[in-house]
Design a binder for this molecule. Structure first.
Ligand code: M6R
Length: 602
């Protein structure tokens, strides 16, 4: 989604903004722009091309204050006129905005009646004009009056051309942080935009305002009362968000699966104990009637894996729902339920809205989050962090694996606490989990095989991922990975459902990827493979089981692991196959079309 960076200090604002926008590219964008103040005027530059184009169009490095934006079009096409920053009619105020102004049509009418004119199709353009309408010599008050009129979500960076010593920022339901430096300060929608310059941040809450000067930042609440905000240190370095020699972030992140697993498990395992710092009493845990897992996209697939292992080990029913559905479903929640939210970014709009709903109902919840200090982290009393580090590629890989690991730990923890499984068995499972990164390492080493298979399917129009039980969940994740970065239509299907309809699609030239990691289902899977083969479609079998009958066309042998943990290893070849197909098609692997890394609007 859109990205914001802003700067005030002594450096070249143009350089800081361009470097910040480059760091935000991964979020997905279709136009970008910056505005600086020079000689009492705004210098504005915009493009519908890439940041490189924006940089090459810049004149000189002349300013020390500015705001920049990457836009992911919502209201109006990706054109120069619609690109941010947006300026007020008299060109006194300029604004960058993330989010959606839901009442912009009414506000536009109001402004038109007062004689304001509009040059873009955006919802954003009302904001600088409202500030202009509300201005009586005090920018902060004008911004506050303006935000009182806005409905929807926004993170804003605002400049006044007549005051090159002030940058104003505010937010509601869209993330924005303040970076604090020595003699310089920053705003950013995402920490990665400013990590090169500072590790100290302040986090703005909804309807709070920040007034940034070169040497200080003042914070105001919604009544414009000044308050003190303690800066926090973020332990991420610029190196963590470099490609470090890999051709793409996605490839780097797939290879980081091993360290991610280790870091995540080490964080929670001490000796033979799983240590979760949760505000949930023994009694509350014992009384859980049902668990609901709520998330979006890949995080939902991790949730499905959680359902499998929690139900099998702890014998508690688990209902997995997409957050975009949950929030409108008037969900049936009882006081003894537990809701688990999963989000890599911690900023996904549907997941946040679902948390608000659960909070209103007073139901217990915990969140599995990768980004510390993100909105979901701050909204949640109980947080289990995945230790995947920054994930830059739009396609989630290592964060998914980390989410599955945390859910595996949670299932073992719960089963142990509730005495629902044999303690020795749980200990063996935990020991195996502690070692699973070595199995993942083995799978990563077989990359030539995945590349060879990618070459086979690169020209396909449709691919089918099939599995039974937990393998169907992994199939769903493999299918999503392929479609989002290679633009090949792919579908995941339950193998057992094939003959209830989808087998009609099986014919010569069709490639299917069949997963099989559950011992008790091998016979059934083999029969299904034969049915596919009888229709002349081809099968790649991905399995760690001893399948002697050569019913398949190709096979990826996975190392043996307990079937409860198999999703962690089984997904790795699928991530790499998707990656190779996208590279072979010469596509923008890390920033696939139409997609954004974190979906901060509905
Ligand atoms: O940041 P979140 O985990 O909340 O994001 C959820 C989905 O938007 C995300 O997993 C999306 O499906 C990815 N593009 C998948 O690769």
């Amino acid at each position: 989604m859109c990205g914001i960076v802003g700067y005030i200090g002594s450096k070249s604002a143009e350089n800081v903004l361009i470097s910040g926008l480059r760091r935000l590219e991964y979020r997905g964008y279709d136009s970008c722009g910056i505005a600086t103040i020079h000689d009492g005027k705004f210098a504005v530059s915009k493009t519908t091309k890439r940041i490189d184009d924006l940089e090459s169009n810049l004149k000189e490095d002349v300013s020390t204050i500015g705001i920049g934006h990457t836009r992911w079009a919502t209201h109006g096409a990706a054109t120069i006129a619609n690109a941010h920053p947006h300026v007020s009619n008299s060109e006194k105020f300029i604004v960058v905005h993330n989010g959606i102004i839901e009442n912009y049509v009414a506000l536009k009418e109001l402004l038109k009646e007062k004689g304001f004119q509009f040059y873009s199709d955006t919802d954003t353009e009302v904001i600088p004009n409202l500030i202009e309408m509300n201005y009586d010599g005090d920018l902060l008050k004008a911004v506050k009056k303006t935000t009182d009129m806005l409905e929807g979500s926004f993170a804003l960076g605002i400049l006044d051309k007549d005051d090159s010593s002030t940058l104003v920022a505010t937010r509601r339901n869209s993330p924005l942080i303040i970076g604090v430096g020595e003699g310089e300060n920053f705003i950013a929608s995402d920490f990665s935009a400013i990590v090169k310059y500072t590790n100290q941040i302040d986090i703005l809450e909804n309807d709070q305002f920040a007034v940034l000067k070169k040497d200080e930042v003042d914070f105001y609440d919604n009544d414009l009362k000044e308050y003190h905000l303690e800066s926090q240190r973020v332990d991420i370095s610029d190196e963590d968000i470099e490609k470090n020699g890999y051709s793409h972030y996605m490839l780097k992140e797939i290879h980081e699966n091993t360290s991610t697993i280790k870091n995540t498990l080490d964080h929670y395992i001490s000796g033979d104990q799983i240590c979760f710092d949760l505000q949930l009493s023994e009694e509350e845990l014992e009384n859980i009637q049902q668990i609901h897992i709520v998330a979006c996209g890949t995080a939902t697939h991790a949730g499905l894996n959680g359902k499998n292992i929690i139900e099998k080990l702890a014998r508690i029913p688990v209902n997995v729902v997409a957050a975009s559905e949950f929030r409108y479903q008037n969900p049936i929640l009882s006081p003894n339920d537990l809701v688990i939210f999963i989000s890599q970014s911690g900023e996904t709009a549907d997941t946040i809205a679902s948390i608000e709903l659960v909070k209103e109902r007073g139901v217990k919840f915990l969140s599995i989050v990768n980004v510390p200090n993100s909105t979901i982290d701050r909204m949640s009393e109980n947080v289990l962090f995945t230790k995947a580090g920054p994930e830059i590629a739009v396609a989630s890989t290592k964060a998914y694996v980390a989410q599955v690991c945390v859910l595996d730990l949670f299932a073992i923890f719960l089963a142990d606490k509730l005495h629902r499984a044999d303690r020795r068995f749980l200990q063996e499972l935990l020991d195996e989990l502690k070692n699973i990164h070595t199995k993942v390492e083995m799978v990563l080493e077989e990359d030539d095989q995945y590349l060879a298979y990618a070459k086979k399917i690169v020209g396909d129009k449709d691919i089918f991922y099939l599995g039974r039980g937990v393998d169907y969940y992994t199939a769903q994740e493999g299918s999503l990975k392929l479609k989002e970065i290679s633009y090949i239509h792919s579908e995941a299907m339950q193998l057992g459902e094939l003959k209830h309809g989808s087998i009609a699609l099986m014919e010569k030239g069709i490639h299917t990827i069949v997963l099989c990691t559950e011992e008790s289902l091998v016979g059934k899977v083999i029969s299904n493979i034969k049915e596919i083969k009888a229709r002349d479609a081809e099968v790649l079998l991905v399995s760690n089981l001893n399948i002697t009958e050569e019913v398949y066309d190709d096979m990826i042998h996975l190392p043996a692991v307990n079937e409860l943990l198999s999703p962690i290893v089984a997904v790795i070849p699928l991530q790499l196959i998707a990656y190779h197909v996208a590279v072979l098609k010469n596509l923008d692997v890390d920033k696939p079309r139409n997609l954004a890394k974190s979906v901060t609007v509905e």
